[in-house]
Design a protein around this ligand. Structure first.
Ligand code: FES
Length: 122
């Protein structure tokens, strides 16, 4: 099934799936930026955890479009990204600022099917 315009079951949880790129377009244990529906979205292939994440590309600290170039890792069980500029860190699962001194970031649902990565936008 190719869920390009998949819509979920409930009205309050409507997600439209947008093609981002192919799996091989993203480095293992790293990220890349995609442009979907007018938004820069950072997509991370966290292959060490066999997981994928998507969040806004803009770091809220100094409004830099850079998070896709950040280093990913884990804090306890929490997957996180560290901005390459000033090392502010954010949860990739919830978007919460892990430093507590910057705004949280938006995260997006992500799915991989038949070698293609899709981002869910409301
Ligand atoms: S711009 Fe990202 S931590 Fe400062």
């Amino acid at each position: 099934m190719t869920p390009k315009e998949h819509t979920s079951q409930t009205l309050t949880d409507t997600v439209n799936w947008h093609l981002a790129a192919r799996v091989e377009d993203f480095p293992e244990n790293g990220g890349a930026c995609v442009y979907v529906e007018g938004k820069q979205i950072a997509v991370f292939n966290f292959s060490a955890r066999n997981e994928w994440y998507a969040c806004q590309n803009m770091c809220p600290h100094k409004q830099q479009m850079i998070l896709s170039r950040g280093m990913i890792g884990s804090q306890a069980e929490e997957p996180k990204v560290a901005c390459p500029f000033h090392k502010k860190t954010f949860s990739l699962s919830t978007g919460k600022s892990l430093n507590g001194d910057t705004c949280d970031i938006d995260t997006y649902p992500i799915r991989v099917e038949e070698g293609v990565v899709y981002i869910g936008l409301s």
